[in-house]
Ligand binder design. Structure first.
Ligand code: F0G
Length: 407
């Protein structure tokens, strides 16, 4: 029945094309070791989406899981804000897709809704991930909702406070690993390959099936049209690949004609993909000791690098790097000109847009969508440190006025 609606669902190696059934627990290709993607191309009209609740499950025919077993917190359907002031300042038509409005405050919820639904279908009892923070916060919440045991590995001392609080508070077993994210991911992958847990990092292609709904919503929000360009931060590189997959699926389905240029932004100290694209390579050279204030994207060996680079080349897109200083100033700019509060990694998209406009690589007047991936409260220390301390004052009108008027 499911297959009748959705076509043949399977996993396929992105390099050699080897195919795997959708009920097999497998993360990389047995034949060549490359990464996998899910194939799901339903034969439906976009009229079926009409009048449905505005969550990512509005597009459920495109989600490769059993619709009767969905584990959801009503993720997706996030704000799509036209930013006229900032757009004018930069000389472009700017929209911001606010993923911090998801249930746990980041886009990861879209992937976890599908990933945990898949875990339930497969009958596993334990799920796990390594994370720079948001993946763990999201997995912990969705595992709790589904009644699954959850183990998360975090790089010790490098996870923003809000994310750590969420992972712990939703009841996951949180382990602080001595090492960076790449080392934590390597370790949890070994546990998954031993069959100890079902891995829900984005090497699991079902995660990306949920995240592709960002692409669906952008073209739906624009009245079934692609913007000229989609700009987003890139860390482990799943999200840029997922959004591109979603948009190309909608094009194949005949819902849209044109495609956007996918533009990935990395922090200067953690930019293996931007470097590979600059040198016109198809794969990365890992960065040994990645470093950036944007801890969410502090990643040196992104697992979905091949998919991300393919998305950038296929879409005639770009990759760019930004400094920590540019990230923090873009974060403040977005918060104070448009009222949109995002965490540092998310602001990389705005910082990248500014840099690409300044260097002439983005034309004036382009229609741009910046995806801002996580909420400002994920990393409260960064926000507080960027501001002056509040002035302490007596609860007295004269005293208050003296401070407010500055005399
Ligand atoms: N923005 C935020 C807020 C993130 O948390 C992440 C990734 C990214 C951007 C990059 O997305 O990895 O798909 O390229 N965070 C992961 C985590 C790695 O563990 O939470 P990506």
């Amino acid at each position: 029945m499911l297959k009748d609606i959705k076509g043949d669902i399977m996993m396929r190696c992105i390099s050699c094309g080897a195919e795997y059934p959708d009920d097999e627990i497998i993360y990389t290709c047995n034949q060549c070791g490359s990464i996998l993607e899910v194939v799901c191309q339903p034969d439906v009209s976009k009229d079926v989406f009409r009048c449905r609740k505005s969550t990512m499950w509005k597009y459920k025919e495109f989600m490769p899981v059993d619709p009767s077993r969905i584990v959801s917190l009503d993720e997706g359907g996030t704000p799509f804000c036209k930013c006229d002031k900032l757009g004018k300042e930069l000389g472009v038509e700017l929209y911001v897709k606010v993923e911090g409005s998801n249930p746990t405050g980041s886009f990861k919820d879209r992937g976890m809704s599908v990933g945990i639904t898949k875990a339930i279908e497969l009958g596993v009892d334990t799920v796990g991930c390594a994370s720079t923070g948001n993946t763990s916060a999201s997995l912990a919440a969705y595992a709790a909702r589904a009644g699954l045991k959850c183990v998360v590995l975090l790089p010790a001392g490098k996870v923003a406070l809000g994310k750590l609080a969420q992972a712990m508070f939703h009841g996951a077993q949180v382990l602080s690993v001595r090492g960076n994210f790449d080392q934590a991911l390597e370790a949890i992958t070994q546990l998954a390959l031993q069959g100890q847990l079902y891995l829900l990092n984005s090497i699991n292609p079902y995660r990306l099936e949920g995240q592709k709904s960002i692409g669906f919503e952008i073209v739906d929000d624009l009245g079934w049209k692609s913007p000229d360009r989609i700009i987003l931060p890139v860390g482990n590189a799943g999200n840029i690949s997922a959004i591109w997959k979603g948009i190309t699926e909608f094009q194949k389905a005949g819902f849209i004609d044109d495609l956007p240029r996918m533009t990935g932004i990395q922090a200067e100290g953690a930019a293996p993909i931007a470097r590979a694209v600059r040198e016109k390579h198809d794969d990365i050279v890992p960065v040994e000791n990645p470093e950036t204030v944007a801890t969410a994207i502090r990643i040196g060996a992104p697992v979905s690098a091949k998919k991300a680079i393919r998305a950038i080349y296929e879409s005639d897109g770009l990759a760019e790097t930004v400094t920590d200083e540019e990230i923090l100033s873009a974060q403040k700019l977005l918060a104070q000109t448009e009222g949109i509060g995002v965490e540092p990694a998310s602001a990389a998209s705005i910082a990248g847009l500014k840099k690409l406009v300044d260097s002439g690589k983005i034309d004036k007047g382009e229609q741009i969508v910046c995806v801002v991936t996580g909420h400002v409260l994920k990393d409260p220390n960064i926000a507080i440190n960027a501001c002056e301390e509040p002035v302490e004052v007596d609860a007295d009108i004269d005293a208050l006025l003296r401070v407010i008027k500055g005399n």
